[in-house]
Design a protein around this ligand. Sequence first.
Ligand SMILES: [Zn+2]
Length: 341
Amino acid sequence: MRSILGSYKKENINTKQTGVAKSIKKNKTKKINSLKSASNSKKDKKFNKNKNSKKSVSTVKKNVHKVHVILDSGHGGGDPGAIAGSKKNKDLIYEDEVVYDISRRVTELLKKRGIIVHNTLADPNQKKPIRFLSHKHDKDEHLLVTPRYLNRNARTAANMRVYLVNHIFQKLKNKKVPKENILFISLHGDALHSSLRGAMVYFPDKRFRKSVFGLKHKIYRKRKEYNPNLTFRKNDNTYSEKLSKSFGKIIINEFRKLKLPTHRVSSAVRGYLYRKGKKTLPAILRYSKVPTSVLVEIANLNNKYDRRSLLKSKSRQKIALAISNSVVTNFGRTSGLVAKL
Ligand SMILES: [Zn+2]
């Protein structure tokens, strides 16, 4: 009985995906069109039409870029992040393990939709999603910097991610991928008061940005991704705040569409958090060069209902689906923006 139900449900999810796949195709066409109009001035069009239509097609092809998602799974390796629940109640949960599993699911879903995913973290022993989360904390995840880093220190790992994410972004920009086609998503789990439930999203409020990221320690300098000149301009910060906030709203909306719990409308998308009573931004948002950058708190690990839900692979799949749906939705909405540039 259970297996029949399972396969039925799977089919259901598949139908949904096909629906979304269709809609991304539509969006892609829209985007291609918008890129076409952005890249060709009226003069060029005339020239191409009259004299060299073959060249015109290849120029358009060169200007069409796919969507890239830089997907960061929070913590990992020596840093478990938040730990909640208990072995006794069979609901012990490690933040890094649950978000890593969800990151595997998001990666699979996005790839199916033709979106290119760049992961920041890898576990050589867990390349695919798993059905049952381990109640043990495994420490073999490492950050994909060169040479690799096993997250022995949580703070160092957070800084290392800044270099890694900006390096991936720069590489894509060098390949002429429009910066609006690149999204950065960092996955985390909250450890708030146990009465609070659901997901929320942080975006980089420009007031909490810093103008320079200038670490000098050799642990960073010896990495290929190290960049001694990471600076941030006000205009870029303003633009990034706008794009990221809008993407954040889309994410929360997609969670709600799938009936996943989220914070109240007024507080589900935030530009800062409080640390020791002060407003601040996590390093990864504060120093990200990716215009659309968000940190998603998938649920509150301290809430027992959220915890129970996260222990079910079906719920983790649903969260992954909401996140990948939001990438598709965002792409549809920003295509107009790209055309203006
Ligand atoms: Zn975290």
